[in-house]
Design a protein around this ligand. Structure first.
Ligand SMILES: [Zn+2]
Length: 172
């Protein structure tokens, strides 16, 4: 499956780093954060790879959204609004999550990974759709982004989990 337009809003980049309180290290003018395994416990690395890439983890934002939902300050329809294309991608090529959906408690939670980069050409803006695809792109391109989105196909909960940097420039 190849989706050309992102079926989810891309995040605005942070203007300032999260800071030492969170134990993160700032690189690239404070926009991109490097982190270790602890911070990725909820969201796996981009589909089909065991590497730990550099990137930005949106776990804090996720927690805040779920907290607002519990408190009733945010409506369920605001967070369970996955685009039909995103739900379809989750169902067909998503990586099953080990946890249940944080909103409906169902077991149909998936991670869908989208790649973006000028050099990716036809693959730009597409979701990863087969095992080994990310490794193939990493070996072929200097740099590209991968956005990992959490999607529930039951209640349509969706949240951007991580932005990862990949490519030969970030290898090793
Ligand atoms: Zn759900």
């Amino acid at each position: 499956m190849h989706l050309q337009a992102p079926p989810f809003p891309l995040p605005r980049l942070r203007r300032r780093p999260l800071g030492p309180r969170l134990g993160v290290r700032t690189v690239r003018a404070g926009l991109v954060l490097a982190f270790g395994m602890r911070s990725v416990s909820r969201v796996p690395n981009a589909a089909y790879t065991a590497a730990v890439p550099r990137g930005t983890d949106y776990a804090l934002a996720r927690r805040a959204v779920l907290r607002d939902l519990r408190l009733g300050t945010r409506a369920r329809e605001d967070v369970c609004d996955a685009h039909p294309e995103l739900v379809r991608a989750a169902r067909n090529v998503g990586e099953p999550a080990t946890a249940d959906c944080p909103v409906c408690g169902g077991g149909e939670l998936y991670f869908v990974s989208y790649v973006y980069g000028d050099g990716l050409k036809a693959a730009n803006g597409c979701c990863l759709s087969y095992p080994g695809e990310l490794d193939k792109l990493r070996a072929k391109h200097d740099e590209f982004d991968c956005y990992v989105v959490e999607v529930c196909v039951d209640c349509r909960w969706n949240h951007l989990g991580r932005r990862e940097l990949h490519g030969r420039r970030h290898a090793g």
